[in-house]
Design a protein around this ligand. Structure first.
Ligand code: ZN
Length: 506
């Protein structure tokens, strides 16, 4: 630190000193995010070793600064003074993150990270060879270490609660159970009714779709709905994601396949939803812990809103279907708009979560959640996971899982120790449905606007109610403030029933 900087800091009060220190931590985090974005997009393969070291060095420095006694002293000093509401929220968020990293012994963090790399490698091999036995001992070790983390953090009912806090603070297994149960029951019933109905024609989708045209169309939609390309960009990557190096630089990645018109498009719109959220934080919150989503569930509510509720709606295609036809001349001439709308909303139970439709998706998530809770309550052993998995797939989705590769080995989350992550996908859908009902009341012309390609008032509504708020409230509190309802799956059940009864005619 240079002398001038030092003198300036000496004149600051405790809160200003914290802002200056955390601003640097935030810069380091953004620099590290840029390095990992590059790792996943443009880095040549032989850069991997050096990049790994650079990322580890940065994360060590970030950890050191977050847990430094200086910062602790300043937080204590500032907390004793007079604070505005925003300052109190700032300190609450910073203290939470700091306490959480301080509670884990360095040796456990190191062991966890080593074991996760081993488990990831074993998982990759096990999935390829369809041999759960290769992964099982590593998974058992990861679970053991995660239980130790949970003991360090503390929890009310089950160790799972302490782990889920990383993604959705305040969430407990029993609370998720009570939110998900009615959704599961309603969804299983709805699925049976759909299965009894004739299926829509999707044969016209089996064509070759030019990748450049797909990309141009996807970007056009992203721009139309409000993605600020002067503060963002899109690149290709094997796994679609969104990342942020500050509000003025929020990037997305997408993958396209020549044989699939819809996956690339909906993937782009999904990541655009995440990106517009991060572009919409309050600029005054830059470099502060308030410029973040309160939880993964709330983040997912924004991506799913644009991907599913907007881009898979009838109104959206009223506007975009003629445009899509121009992008692919001759390829959709014989396909009526209603036929296209039906095809993109087809419901068909299958084994793979990431390819699942709007109805089945939540069942995939609920199955993983129920197994996780079984593991951490001590009712399910690692060896019994495949059988338990297959039993639930039969019960909820009516499927006979043919192999562990298409079954319990399909997701990477558990290898990384990410227990408590899966429910945030369905919570995102639940929050989203609650927000849409509120939006329909606030903007009765909502769907006419979508049909005319007018998205600005919709984005504005999200900016005011969700984006600008950042992390000032916890997720459940934020959703209740905006919608006037405690978290409930009822709006999601209503939406699914209305939409698919209409589509399948029952
Ligand atoms: Zn997402």
């Amino acid at each position: 630190m240079n002398k001038l900087h030092f003198r300036r800091r000496a004149r600051m009060n405790a809160f200003e000193k914290i802002q200056s220190l955390y601003g640097e931590i935030s810069d380091l985090g953004n620099a590290s995010a840029l390095l990992s974005w590059d790792q996943q997009t443009y880095m040549p393969p032989r850069g991997a070793t050096a990049r790994g070291m650079q990322l580890a060095t940065l994360s060590g420095i970030i950890h050191e600064r977050m847990t430094s006694p200086d910062l602790g002293g300043l937080i204590a000093e500032a907390s004793g003074g007079k604070l505005t509401g925003d300052q109190a929220a700032y300190l609450r968020e910073l203290s939470f993150a700091r306490d959480r990293s301080m509670k884990l012994p360095a040796a456990l963090v190191k062991e966890m990270s080593l074991e996760e790399s081993k488990a990831f490698e074993a998982w990759t091999r096990a999935r390829k060879l369809n041999d759960y036995g290769i992964f099982a001992p590593h998974l058992a070790r990861v679970i053991e270490l995660k239980k130790q983390c949970a003991e360090c953090w503390g929890y009310a009912e089950t160790p799972w609660d302490a782990l889920a806090t990383d993604y959705e603070r305040g969430l407990t297994a029993s609370r998720v159970e009570s939110i998900f149960r009615p959704l599961r029951e309603a969804t299983v019933k709805l699925l049976q009714q759909i299965k009894a109905r004739p299926q829509a024609n999707t044969r016209f989708l089996d064509q070759k779709w030019d990748i450049d045209r797909q990309r141009e169309f996807g970007l056009r939609v992203a721009r139309d709905i409000g993605y600020d390309m002067a503060a963002g960009r899109q690149d290709l990557a094997p796994h679609p994601f969104c990342t942020n190096f500050g509000m003025g630089d929020v990037r997305i990645t997408t993958r396209y396949s020549q044989t699939s018109l819809l996956d690339g498009l909906f993937g782009t719109v999904h990541e655009t939803g995440h990106a517009m959220y991060e572009q919409g934080f309050d600029p005054a919150d830059a470099r502060s812990p308030l410029a973040e989503a309160p939880s993964l569930g709330v983040h997912e509510s924004q991506s799913r809103f644009w991907e599913v509720r907007i881009a898979q709606s009838e109104a959206f295609w009223k506007h975009y279907y003629p445009i899509l036809r121009q992008y692919f001349p001759g390829q959709l001439d014989d396909v009526m708009p209603e036929e296209f709308y039906r095809a993109l909303n087809i419901i068909e139970p299958d084994f793979i979560r990431v390819e699942a439709d709007e109805i089945c998706y939540n069942l995939h998530v609920i199955i993983r959640f129920e197994l996780e809770v079984g593991i951490f309550r001590g009712d399910l052993s690692v060896g019994d996971i495949p059988a338990a998995w297959n039993k639930l797939y039969k019960e909820y989705l009516g499927l006979d899982v043919p192999s562990d590769t298409l079954g319990c080995l399909q997701d990477v989350h558990w290898a990384y120790g990410s227990f408590g992550y899966f429910p945030t996908y369905t919570l995102g859908n639940i929050y989203c449905a609650m927000l849409v009902e509120r939006m329909e009341r606030d903007m009765p012309a909502l769907w006419e606007m979508v049909a005319q390609g007018q998205f600005a008032p919709i984005l504005q509504w999200l900016r005011e109610n969700i984006h600008k708020v950042g992390r000032r409230h916890e997720s459940a509190e934020l959703i209740e403030r905006v919608t006037g309802m405690p978290v409930t799956c009822d709006p999601l059940i209503r939406h699914l029933a209305n939409k698919y009864r209409h589509l399948y005619g029952f």
